[in-house]
Each structure stands twice: as C-alpha cells, then as structure tokens.
Design a protein around this ligand. Sequence first.
Ligand SMILES: [Zn+2]
Length: 209
Amino acid sequence: MRTAAKRLAKAQRALARTVKGSGRREKAKRRVGRLHHEVVLRRASGIHRLTKQLATGFAVVAVEDLNVAGMTASARGTVERPGRKVRQKAGLNRSVLDAAPAEVRRQLTYKTSWYGARLAVCDRWFPSSKTCSACGEQDPRLTLADREYHCAHCGLRLDRDLNAARIIATHAHLAPPTAPGSGAASPRRTPVERTLLPRPGRRSHRRSP
Ligand SMILES: [Zn+2]
C-alpha cells in the first residue's frame, strides 16, 4: 500500500507540472485516478485480510474503544497559543488514519459474528498504555516517545504496544452476542467491499456441465 501511495504522490506532482488543457495533462490525470483507485483497493484488502485473520483465528478479539476524532485532531493550535510538535503529530495522525481503526472495528464487529468469535471492547477512558500489565500500577508520565514500558513499581520492561494489548485483553468486556438474523450478520456493504468480497448466501452462477 505504501509503495502505491508513493507512486500516487509522484504522479500527482507530475500532474501539477503539466500545462492546462494539454494532452499530457489528460494522460497524467488518468494516471492519478488509476493510482488513486489502486491505493484504495490495496488499503481495503489489507484491512480485510487482517480482520479475517483475527475473526477466524481467535475465539475472542479484544479492541480498545478509540476516540479516533480526538486522537487525530491537529496539533496546530492558535496564533496566540501555537501547538507543539505539530509535524510529528501530523505524521502520527497519518499513521493512525492509515491503520483505519474505525474500519477495523466495524469489520471485526460483523466478522466475529460471521465466524463465531466474540468481540470484546475495552473502555475508551481506560489508560491502557499507562497501566502496567504485570502489577496494575499506573505511570501517568509515559509519553508516546517511550517505546518501552518500564514499571517503576514492579520493574517490568515490555514493548509499550504489547503492554497496552495485554491490558486491553484483561479489561475488555464481551459485547453481547448478536443473534443470527438480527441484522448484524448482514451489514450494509461499502462499495469497496462489494468489489472485494463474495456475496454471502449466494451460489456462484457457474453453468453445470
Ligand atoms: Zn508493574
């Protein structure tokens, strides 16, 4: 997906250099459109592969109820109070949005129900990344720059994401099981899903020999 995104960026720059109304511009425009479509499909199929792996490989999948809008808000600030680390925050926002947490969550909701797994959700306000997964002590000083969690209380040293994942797994609550036919099993499909996924409950129209 990243390679495709790079090619798209390059094509967009090339398009910007062309002369308005020229034949080359039309050609560059078509290229941008085509690459744009490719990026969309690659991102979508990556997310589908991940959510299917999770929903078919595990009995329970735990997620954190993320506040994506708040997480990806700009750090720019105002003229009177300029924000700090604006560029870094912009890069972080891009990677959060690339990972499409809301889409992952949406797909996990229906795929766990399709494949007989359960979805568990950890409360949005639970300080998952600031809590020690071994002893439960909290370290409010932990920042995003700290890639390793180090507990001052019990001495645990662990990758910060792994620590957060363990906390989420232990504090998540199972979502109520969705009854078949309640509507959750057949969610409305996005246009990309209609392209990528086979239609459920329909046999392929293969001709009998
Ligand atoms: Zn600890």
